[in-house]
Structures are given as C-alpha cells and as structure tokens.
Unconditional design. Structure first.
Length: 73
C-alpha cells in the first residue's frame, strides 16, 4: 500500500471534503481518503490499480489540485 499526504488549498468547507472523498474514493484501488477542511490536508492510501497520477488527475479534474507533497510510503 502507498500513502501520500498533501495540501489542497481549494478546500473551504465540508462539501469540498465530501467531494474529494467521494471522487478519489471511487478510483479502483483507493483504500482510504481523509481530508481536513481546517488544515486543508488530504491523505490517500491505495493499492494497484490506483496510482498517484490517477489520483492527482482526478483532483485536478474536480478543481482541487494538490500541492506540497508531505509523505510518501
């Protein structure tokens, strides 16, 4: 399993958090999506067939582009 934590500056409310969790969570292989509207941080755990490129592309597509990768496992 791989994990990344990153900032999403466009998070402003609970709806933003919900949208990110639903859209990223629908990617096959994504195991967990956590998002915090106060810190604007998102953590995603995944296995194949998901990968960082698919996750990042989904976030960009829904207008929540990631910035500042914090952790890679």
């Amino acid at each position: 399993m791989e994990t990344k934590t990153f900032k999403v500056p466009a998070i402003h409310c609970a709806h933003c958090v919900h949208t990110i969790k639903m859209e990223v969570g629908d990617i096959p292989g994504v195991e967990r999506v956590e998002a915090d509207q106060d810190t604007r941080m998102v953590t995603v755990d995944w296995n194949n067939p998901a990968d960082w490129d698919k996750i990042r592309a989904t976030l960009v597509e829904i207008n929540y582009p990631p910035e500042g990768l914090i952790t890679i496992s």
